[in-house]
Ligand binder design. Structure first.
Ligand code: PGA
Length: 264
């Protein structure tokens, strides 16, 4: 049974999809599904360029939060093509995805760089969605624990127990992202429990119990509720299945319905 103090969090990672106009066309029908208050947090992370349009549509909406997909660690300056925390703050952004495996693999982001971004994000009171996860090669080589421990210890360096509870961890096995290949709920639970044990070593058990850990990688309406029924799985980071309002809401509804005492 999942501790009730960890409120589930379902986030859409739109990656490089959805123009400003398409974002508006997604959000209008999507918001119509929210006919009552749901016992979970919903977050939409559009590309930077679509954030202003999304901010406007979401301006009176309490149930759906807005996130960015990346951010510079620098406050301002000569960093061509980068976006600062302050710029995002002005658009009512609350969350920021940091260290996504595509940023690590394609753009070479290191644990140290991600750590600096996490510190900057927490300074401006964003809730970072901090992604970690192993590649297939690392899993097959028996290195899952070593990789996750390294990503957690270096990524969270010098972030104390009070601030770390604002961080949402997203465990995304790289081999499950966009492949249609999901970790089984048991496999995912085992890894989430390991992540929590590392957090417990770093911060103590009380703090570790407060940190939300999302699962990501081919989450869809048919597997979300079962994944989230696992003790240490507190949410989902959804790519492909978040690009269509009906399928993304179905994930949210299926998870909400599976929370004891709820029906959506
Ligand atoms: P996916 O992507 O749901 O398409 O596998 C998840 C992610 O990369 O965040």
């Amino acid at each position: 049974m999942k501790p009730s103090h960890r409120r589930p969090i379902i986030a859409a990672n739109w990656k490089m999809h959805m123009t400003p106009q398409e974002s508006i066309e997604f959000l209008r029908p999507f918001l119509r599904h929210f006919t009552r208050e749901l016992p979970l947090d919903t977050v939409i992370c559009p590309p930077y360029i679509s954030l202003p349009a999304a901010t406007e549509v979401l301006s009176d909406v309490k149930q759906v939060g807005l996130g960015a997909q990346n951010m510079s660690a620098e406050p301002a300056g000569a960093f061509t093509g980068e976006i600062s925390a302050r710029m995002l703050k002005e658009l009512n952004v609350e969350y920021v995805i940091l260290g996504h495996s595509e940023r690590r693999a394609i753009y070479g982001e290191t644990d140290a760089e991600i750590n600096r971004k996490l510190i900057t994000a927490l300074e401006v009171r964003f809730k970072p969605i901090f992604c970690i996860g192993e590649t297939l090669e690392e899993r097959d080589g028996g290195k899952v624990e070593e990789v996750l421990q390294r990503q957690l210890v270096h990524g969270l360096e010098s972030i104390g127990p009070r601030r770390v509870t604002e961080v949402v961890i997203a465990y995304e096995p790289v081999w499950a992202i966009g492949t249609g290949r999901t970790a089984t709920p048991e496999q995912a639970q085992e890894t989430h429990a390991y992540i929590r044990s590392v957090l417990s070593e770093m911060y103590g058990e009380d703090t570790a119990q407060k940190i939300r850990i999302q699962y990501g990688g081919s989450v869809k309406p048919g597997n979300a509720a079962e994944l989230l029924s696992q003790t240490d799985i507190d949410g989902a980071l959804v790519g492909g299945a978040s690009l269509e309002p009906g399928s993304f809401f179905e994930i949210i509804r299926n998870v909400a319905e599976a929370i004891p005492g709820e029906s959506a």
